[in-house]
Design a protein around this ligand. Structure first.
Ligand code: ZN
Ligand code: ZN
Length: 319
């Protein structure tokens, strides 16, 4: 009997955790550079100003970029396995030469060989009705071949550009998880890391990490990517979600408040909905005493009277 069968959920969770680990490491390539050269999280001006240094830095960043690609590839492989597993975990053992024995014994699923990476897109498109596109298969295959070169030869002549890796990562996410919420996932899987274990909620927190990165992420997404990931125009005004900001505004956070907006005004202009926590909060239109904003919390909670643009309450002006 085979024990410890994987589930679609367990495989998908590891896939997402791996994906966002890659994302985190990818963004750090830019952040480490801009912090060192300009002492700022403002990535693009740092690169424009230190163009030569950036090029030299990227030569040394190749091995990191290769590891990041390997992580993304591993993540996609697990996500494809999750799709097959949704039909039956036993399909993952198809054509793997599993030995059948008349002697009953327990076999742990993890010790068995499963479908090869190269066969996974075909398995998904043959065995399931949640197909992957030709575009996805092409990108997946190029990542797989890159990973193979790195595994077998330790290096590759392919020169990786972080921008291209980011474009690839966004495109693959949209293909493999079209119905998921990127920012909610970013938060959920940032909470399942080594550094998250060390957060105390007072000086540092997972919300803090994600909100510090959020304005940088927005800068990287193209208009089209943003629209597809979040269902909103990139240029549309974003408001602060008081819940998420309060979770993220720890002692060490130093959040750029207006830039941390994760909430959108609904079409009636009566509430804002956050794309990170999913919360919807009633608002009223009145003038903020601190900034020019006029979208004020009116949800009947602790945040009533607080401005969704600058985050200040009415009475904070005189503090
Ligand atoms: Zn929120
Ligand atoms: Zn305000």
């Amino acid at each position: 009997m085979i024990t410890n069968l994987p589930t679609q959920e367990s495989l998908n969770n590891v896939a997402l955790r791996t994906y966002f680990r890659a994302w985190n490491e990818l963004i750090e390539i830019w952040l480490d550079f801009s912090l060192q050269f300009e002492g700022t999280l403002d990535v693009k001006p740092s690169i424009a100003k230190w163009h030569e240094e950036w090029r030299e830095y990227l030569t040394e960043a190749q091995s990191d970029l290769q590891s990041i690609c390997a992580l993304i590839q591993q993540s996609m492989e697990l996500a494809l396995k999750a799709r097959v597993c949704a039909i039956s975990p036993f399909l993952l053992l198809l054509d793997t030469g599993i030995k059948l024995s008349a002697n009953p014994k327990q076999i742990d699923f993890s010790e068995l060989r499963t479908l090869d990476a190269v066969d996974l897109p075909g398995a998904v498109n043959t065995l399931t009705d949640s197909h992957v596109s030709d575009d996805f298969i092409e990108k997946y295959s190029s990542l797989r071949s890159l990973r193979n070169k790195m595994t077998h030869l330790g290096e590759t002549s392919v020169s990786l550009d972080p921008d291209q890796v980011l474009r690839l990562a966004v495109s693959l996410y949209l293909s493999i998880w079209p119905n998921r919420n990127w920012l909610a996932d970013r938060l959920e899987f940032a909470a399942q890391t080594r550094s998250a274990w060390l957060h105390d909620g007072k000086y540092t927190s997972t919300h803090m990490e994600v909100l510090q990165e959020w304005p940088i992420d927005i800068g990287f997404f193209t208009k089209g990517e943003f629209k597809r990931l979040f269902g909103q125009e990139k240029s549309k005004r974003r408001y602060l979600c008081h819940h998420c900001v309060d979770e993220g505004d720890t002692r060490y956070a130093g959040l750029e408040k207006p830039g941390c907006g994760t909430a959108y005004l609904d079409s009636k202009g009566a509430a804002v909905t956050c794309i990170m926590c999913g919360g919807t909060f009633a608002i009223e239109r009145s003038k903020c005493t601190t900034c020019k904003g006029n979208v004020i919390g009116a949800n009947g909670d602790d945040w009533s009277g607080r401005c969704h643009t600058c985050g200040n309450a009415y009475d904070e002006e005189t503090d």
